[in-house]
Ligand binder design. Structure first.
Ligand code: PMP
Length: 418
């Protein structure tokens, strides 16, 4: 098949007009206006290369993987496994067998909680997270707490939304068995000091899981340089399809961890007396996977790499700086969190206006922002708000989007007489 339709194109710098032309949905008008999409942290839009890759799987080489001896199944299997190699390279994992395809970051963290957690955690053992985690990195550990009596420790952030590293250090104790933290916090945009966190963990021999859901679309990831034990992300935030993501795990851990779900593909042999499990990574991929989704995720990886992380990061950093500067000019606007290192996300409030009202008025201007708790209710509690308005940025956003947001917020002020 021609997944090569998604083959990298070399582009020096970031040509915003060309990028936007790659995303068909951005040409769509909403309420008769240009679409201003500022909700990529919830889910990013898809370039044509990804849409085409998924469609082409179904049109040209769809069959179940790892099962058939016929040509079509072998082709589908080859493309599926080629996508694994693309993700391996994206994360710079040592081996392809360290990449497990899952439904997304949520499933990846649950997999670790249920397998690593069941096998290696005993009552009284501690898992250390931070105050700014997504629910996906809180609830699985609470479930394990209820099941196994583990202890969940939570490291605080300061008023800017930055991790209090001294407090974090002091929460690491002799019973700490796993540290599980966001690489970038989804409600505030804080880039957590993951190098320092892994450093502290290494000194004490504690494994680390990094939730890269809000990182992998903005910056290059090197799991070997980071030296984390697990890294998880969702394809749909990386301009890929929803319903597919990846868990990276060091082979030495994945080898030792028991399988999670049982079923087809994860076995080598089954009798009613005994089942032998498959080798990595298939031991963790029970059942028919999201075949076309995985292959299209490979196309998303190709796409991001063809644009280049240098170009993406410099474009987005400049854009975030511009957005913070312009938004600062709006009186009655309050930033929720002003982290030292920020990536992709700005959370804000307008005094006296409910975030949902703000988002509704912005919608009339075809501006898509997220209003709510962003699946991070403890973060909201920390900042004393029920919800925020969150503008989040992708590689297709530009100054015009920021200007539209600022104008939209001024309109909100007018409506509420602020
Ligand atoms: N972690 C973080 C930091 C996130 O931003 C998200 C998605 N908002 C998740 C985990 C969960 O991702 P998914 O819903 O794709 O499984």
């Amino acid at each position: 098949m021609t997944v090569s339709a998604a083959a990298p194109r070399v582009r020096p710098g970031l040509d915003l007009a060309a990028i936007r032309a790659d995303f068909p949905i951005l040409a769509r008008r909403v309420h008769g206006k240009r679409l201003v999409f500022l909700d990529s942290a919830a889910s990013a839009q898809k370039p044509r290369a990804v849409i085409d890759a998924e469609r082409e799987v179904y049109e040209t080489e769809y069959a179940n993987v790892h099962r058939g001896v016929y040509w079509l199944s072998e082709r589908a299997t080859a493309s599926y496994e080629a996508a694994r190699e693309k993700v391996r390279r994206l994360l710079n994992a040592r081996e392809g067998r360290e990449i497990v395809f899952v439904r997304g970051a949520t499933e990846a963290i649950n997999l670790v909680a249920q397998t690593f957690g069941r096998a290696f955690l005993a009552p009284g053992d501690e898992v250390l997270i931070t105050e700014v985690e997504h629910h996906a990195n809180i609830v699985p550990w609470q479930m394990l707490r209820d099941e196994k009596g583990i202890v969940l420790k939570v490291a605080p952030v300061d008023d800017e939304g930055d991790l209090d590293l001294d407090a974090f250090r002091s929460l690491i104790g002799p019973r700490t068995r796993l540290i599980s933290v966001a690489h970038v916090a989804n409600a505030l945009g804080t880039v957590l000091p993951v190098e320092a966190i892994v450093g502290l963990a290494r000194e004490r021999g504690i494994p680390v899981l990094l939730d890269g859901c809000q990182a992998v679309q903005h910056q290059p990831i090197d799991v070997q340089a980071l030296d984390c034990d697990f890294y998880v992300f969702s394809g749909h935030k990386l301009y890929g399809p929803s319903g597919v993501g990846a868990l990276y795990g060091k082979a030495e851990w994945l080898e030792k961890m028991p399988p999670w779900q049982g079923g087809g593909d994860m076995i080598r042999s089954v009798t009613f007396d005994k089942t032998e499990y498959n080798e990595l990574p298939w031991k963790f991929e029970a059942g028919t996977p999201n075949i076309a989704g995985v292959i299209a995720l490979g196309a998303a990886v190709d796409y991001v790499q063809s644009v280049g992380y240098d170009a993406i990061a410099s474009h987005e950093t400049e854009l975030l700086g511009y957005a913070v500067r312009e938004l600062s000019k709006i009186n009655s606007l309050r930033f929720i969190g002003r982290p030292r290192r920020r990536s992709g996300v700005i959370s804000l409030a307008l005094e006296g206006v409910h975030p949902h009202d703000i988002a509704t008025i912005l919608d009339r201007e075809a501006i898509c922002v997220r209003a709510g708790h962003h699946c991070a209710q403890p973060t909201m509690t920390r900042f004393g708000v029920p919800a925020t308005v969150r503008a989040s940025f992708g590689l297709y956003n530009g100054h015009d989007d920021v200007d539209a947001l600022v104008a939209g917020l001024r309109k909100v002020q007018e409506v509420f007489g602020l």
